[in-house]
Design a protein around this ligand. Structure first.
Ligand code: NAD
Length: 455
């Protein structure tokens, strides 16, 4: 595709040549420039996210701009420590030598971003890639077009194009990019496209991180604090109108507390967004009418406990609770990625664990109830991340790596994990020359018994 070849070639040359951000000081300068550009364009970012997803300025700050700024601040504070070569012990048979692990940048990195948190999910990996000293090509999602534009403005203001380049456009642009040779690919999006990305990366043996999605379960046990659980579940589910990769996808609720939980969740929805969520300035819209159609089709034949109003043209679906009698229904097949929450009664936590373990590994798992029991659930299941008595918040702690496992992805980032993801751990052995022990050289006659003693 026009231009891609040239730009990437210039980036490769820049990296191979006089690339100032190779040093830690250079990287810190780049990150400071990025922070300044983000802060200078915050109003435009807010405006773009309002137009793309009708996100409130509050939600935009907390889940998009604020997270990016925090990621930069964390790097500014800790990068010097992370980037230091790590001395490790050398066994006696390697005497006289010293060993260290050096974190070096991969080189040219590709980041492909989705539309649901279109600013943060592009900026956060970009910050880690720059902190690790790479040159980067980014591809924002075409479905959040206003945000893609302002992302381009911010990046062009902060970086030389040979350091960070932006490729706006649709799947055709991703496809053209994926034909090129990169040194690392970081993809966030669906498992379907994740497979395409991984297959393309395999052609060049390029390592990948895949940040995917899936159906994240939420168990509510009989021992749960129902009022707190309802509040935290409704908040985590309706953030960005349910278009959050770590949103609770469905609830498995102990039958003894199911009615109480549903009543309490309905109370919370009204408390957060009023009688009519459509009128709330805090309730976002779906990304497209196609998404509204997909979600509306899931409502057909479903038992609606609350909500259910659809306004296709406005890309609006009311916060909706659904009763699920059988775990085989269409609602339980694919990731919902919208404001519909299926609620299914279970007779025991063991039943929930068995069901979860029969499904692909999710990106997140939530448990509400007794903490000890929650730890046991975590021990008996697998997921990218998890919370006991909360939802979503594990991704906010920069000290916790964020990523999936199995069908929900591979690799992780945020904070140090992000820096490590975009760095190659290079093993370096430095041998002294003042002595050269002959034990390792042929002829080996009579040397084996000595070697065995040392090994
Ligand atoms: P998507 O997979 O449709 O698109 C993601 C990106 O891939 C976009 O930039 C798009 O242009 C590009 N793309 C689309 N088709 C392509 C193709 N054939 N070849 C190459 N690139 C292509 O995902 P989406 O709809 O933007 O996002 C929703 C999905 O992403 C959900 O499954 C969600 O759970 C997941 N997600 C995961 C995370 C995470 O951090 N793990 C975060 C957000 C979203």
């Amino acid at each position: 595709m026009n231009g891609i070849d040239d730009i990437l070639q210039r980036q490769r040359c820049f990296f191979a040549g006089d690339f100032a951000p190779r040093t830690v000081a250079g990287r810190l300068d780049s990150l400071k420039r990025l922070k300044a550009a983000i802060l200078a364009h915050t109003a435009e970012i807010e405006d773009a996210l309002w137009k793309d997803l009708r996100k409130s300025p509050y939600e935009t700050y907390v889940t998009e701009v604020g997270m990016a700024i925090e990621e930069i601040d964390g790097c500014l504070k800790r990068l010097g420590r992370w980037a230091k070569p790590e001395r490790v012990a050398s066994p006696v048979m390697l005497f006289p030598s010293r060993s260290r692990i050096v974190r070096e940048p991969y080189g040219l990195v590709l980041i492909i971003a989705p539309w649901n948190y279109p600013f943060q999910l592009l900026m956060t990996p970009l910050i880690s890639a720059v902190a690790a000293g790479n040159v980067v090509a980014v591809k924002p999602s075409e479905y959040a077009a206003h945000t893609a534009k302002v992302v381009g403005t911010v990046i062009r203001e902060a970086f030389d194009e040979r350091h960070v380049s932006v490729f706006e456009g649709g799947a055709d642009v991703s496809t053209a990019l994926l034909k090129q040779r990169f040194d690392y690919i970081f993809f966030t999006g669906s498992a379907r496209v994740g497979r395409i990305v991984m297959a393309a990366a395999a052609t060049h043996l390029t390592p990948v991180t895949l940040e995917l999605g899936g159906k994240s379960p939420c168990i509510v046990d009989a021992s749960a604090h129902i009022a707190v659980a309802a509040q935290r579940i409704v908040w985590g589910k309706l953030l960005n109108a349910g278009q959050t990769c770590v949103a609770p996808d469905y609830l498995l609720v102990h039958t003894s507390v199911k009615t109480a939980l549903i009543e309490e969740m309905i109370r919370c929805i009204r408390l957060f967004y009023g009688e009519e969520a459509r009128l709330s300035p805090d309730y976002p819209r779906l990304v497209s009418t196609a998404t509204a159609d997909r979600l509306a089709s899931l409502l057909e034949g479903a038992t609606i406990l609350y909500g259910g109003t659809v306004d296709r043209e406005e890309r609006y679906i009311e916060p909706t609770l659904l009763d699920v009698a059988s775990l085989d229904c269409p609602l339980m097949r694919e990731e919902i990625f919208g404001p519909l929450l299926p609620v299914c009664g279970i007779s025991s936590v063991d039943e929930a664990v068995a069901y979860i373990n029969s499904r692909p590994k999710p990106l997140a798992l939530y448990y509400f109830g007794d903490t000890k029991r929650g730890r046991d659930v975590i021990r008996r299941t697998s997921s990218g991340g998890a919370c006991i008595n909360d939802t979503v918040l594990h991704i906010v702690n920069p000290a916790l790596p964020f990523g999936g496992v199995g069908e929900s992805g591979m690799g992780s980032y945020h904070g140090r994990a992000g820096f490590e993801t975009f760095s190659h751990r290079r093993s370096v052995l430095v041998s002294a020359t003042w002595i050269d022990i002959k034990l390792k050289y042929p002829p080996y006659r009579n040397k084996l018994k000595w070697m065995k003693r040392l090994w």
